[in-house]
Design a protein around this ligand. Structure first.
Ligand code: HEC
Ligand code: HEC
Length: 485
């Protein structure tokens, strides 16, 4: 698409980006690219700075507290992690601190979808319905529709299809999937089979979705280094943006702009389309949309129940220990603390020569232009353990047009159907040892890293093309590097 047309599509919000950029005083940097390259470093610092934990890739790999947390704070971490793993029950229950589930929900615990903070189960291999809740259908306006207030979702179903309900209510729908597959030949003759899922709500309890709404599949990602990403200054994200591709490298990249928890426009950071501005906002939405629970940040008891779902609005709703919201301020603070202060896993041994070569290839063939190796967190105004850290998340937190093959047709904030936030790659090898069956990419379609790369299109088409043409030994080196992250 012509860059001007592209820019005009989100003109109103885009203007706000410029204002934000001006405030941050980084307009000059923003227009001149300013992408951080650190290919010259011979021994890269650990991925999560001082939070990094080195150790075996066992089942606790993603549930350890940041290495630099003092002893007392470790206790707080474990308390919060326990809230993440606990199952919520319907109200009224004797344990009032943990009741209030639903009435409509997708799962009973955060860890049902992010087991041990890892990635959710991918979609089922063939034809069937989703057995476990690791993938959800969010409801967004279709690309090209006037998005208006984008966070409202469908007038009847709300922001997400809830696939479970308390007794007496119907789940909103089942989710079914069919697969389309095709073969891609690499230059050396290797043939790779790619498969793409098509998800649809089946047996919808309230009739069809409103015209202009899209059911957009989203797989539950592994939860790694979230406090560090929350602590990257907005100016650093804007500095890497290059919306008009001024440096002519074929890669643009722009921040998403979404309504933050206080209502103003903020840079989006979390979720596959960077739809949430802060970690707390993402967590509050998870409580509301995935578990049906109100929080201090999103206190409305009805949650994702709409006016067209009076039985759902009527409850039962829990009251929580302070009678105001189902997840009280202390519980919310505990889980938010743990989500922010997990350790980023370090490599499980010294780098092999092959992996070191793979790291250089990652830079050379253009992966690092989006999966940006080096970022730094703010020095002030963020939690002490997360401040001033040089990190290696392998993301720029920006949106990129990834071509029609990955498009979901949904608009979220500024993000169009073809745009996705570069997912961080730190901990990629670690979560894959934890959940080897879980798929890659936003809908879990890719079974291997090779498949994931072959789905890259749009701004990443050149990188994919170079990857396809690599000799087998170079491809193996690149994969060896990625496996160690
Ligand atoms: C029903 C499955 C499900 C449940 C339950 C669930 N999540 Fe998620 N989670 C997801 C999906 C799907 C995404 C991706 C959302 C998106 O792209 O907008 C996600 C994204 C996230 C993210 C953003 C990660 C990133 O890298 O951007 C965080 C943080 C998170 N979840 C925390 C939680 C917490 C805390 C809970 C419990 C309160 C929870 N989740 C419960 C499915 C779930
Ligand atoms: C133009 C920016 C861009 C470039 C260049 C790029 N990527 Fe990506 N990458 C993305 C985006 C955006 C996604 C998410 C797409 C989706 O889920 O639909 C992604 C997804 C991935 C994933 C899956 C991550 C996950 O958590 O499921 C891997 C692995 C990956 N990229 C590796 C690479 C490698 C290796 C290269 C170089 C050959 C590369 N990427 C080049 C933007 C880029």
């Amino acid at each position: 698409m012509h860059p001007l047309r592209w820019l005009c599509r989100g003109a109103r919000l885009w203007l706000a980006t410029l204002v934000l950029a001006l405030c941050a005083g980084v307009v000059g940097l923003g227009l001149s690219g300013g992408r951080a390259e650190d290919a010259g470093l011979s021994t890269p610092p650990p991925a999560g700075g001082a939070t990094t934990v080195f150790g075996p890739r066992d089942r606790h790999i993603l549930t350890r507290p940041a290495a630099n947390l003092p002893q007392r704070a470790r206790l707080d971490f474990h308390v919060g992690q326990a809230v993440f793993e606990r199952s919520w029950v319907p109200a009224p229950a004797e344990a009032r601190a943990t009741d209030g589930l639903g009435p409509l929900f997708n799962a009973e615990a955060c860890s049902s979808c992010h087991p041990r903070n890892g990635r959710g189960d991918g979609p089922p291999a063939a034809g069937g319905r989703l057995a476990r809740p690791g993938l959800v259908l969010q409801l967004h306006p279709a690309d090209g529709e006037d998005s208006g207030e984008t966070d409202r979702g469908d007038p009847v179903y709300g922001r997400q299809i809830q696939t479970a309900a308390l007794p007496g209510l119907s789940p909103e729908a089942r989710v079914v999937v069919v697969w389309e597959s095709r073969a891609v030949a690499l230059t050396d003759g290797t043939v790779v089979r790619l498969r793409a899922p098509r998800f649809a709500p089946a047996d919808p309890a309230y009739g069809p979705l409103a015209p202009g709404m899209v059911a957009a599949p989203r797989q539950a990602p592994a939860l790694i280094g979230l406090g560090l990403l929350d602590a990257v200054p907005a100016a650093a994200i804007l500095a890497a943006a290059d919306p008009l591709d001024a440096d002519g490298d074929g890669i643009s990249g722009r921040p998403n702009l979404v309504r933050g928890p206080e209502g103003g426009l903020r840079i989006g950071r979390f979720g596959w389309k960077a739809g949430a501005a802060t970690l707390d906002q993402q967590i509050a939405r998870a409580f509301r949309d995935d578990l049906g629970l109100s929080t201090p940040l999103l206190p409305e008891a009805a949650g994702d129940c709409t006016a067209a779902q009076p039985d759902c609005r009527a409850g039962p709703h829990g009251t929580g220990p302070d009678e105001a919201v189902e997840v009280g301020p202390d519980l919310f603070a505990a889980i938010a603390y743990a989500q922010a202060h997990g350790a980023v896993p370090g490599p499980d041994g010294p780098p092999s020569e092959e992996a070191a070569r793979g790291r250089a290839l990652f830079d050379d063939i253009g992966c690092a232009a989006c999966h940006r190796p080096a970022l730094a967190t703010a020095t002030h105004g963020v939690p002490a353990a997360l401040a001033g850290q040089a990190i290696r998340p392998y993301t720029d937190l920006l949106l990129h047009d990834m071509g029609p093959g990955l498009a979901d047709g949904a608009r979220q904030g500024l993000a169009t159907g073809q745009e996705w936030r570069t997912p961080p790659l730190w901990g990629l090898g670690a979560w894959r040892t934890l959940a080897p069956e879980a798929g890659l990419l936003h809908d879990g379609r890719a079974r291997t890293i090779t498949e994931a790369i072959l789905w890259h299109g749009g701004e990443a088409a050149a990188a994919r093309k170079t990857f396809r043409a690599l000799p087998a030994a170079d491809r193996a080196a690149l994969l060896a590097f990625l496996d160690r992250l």
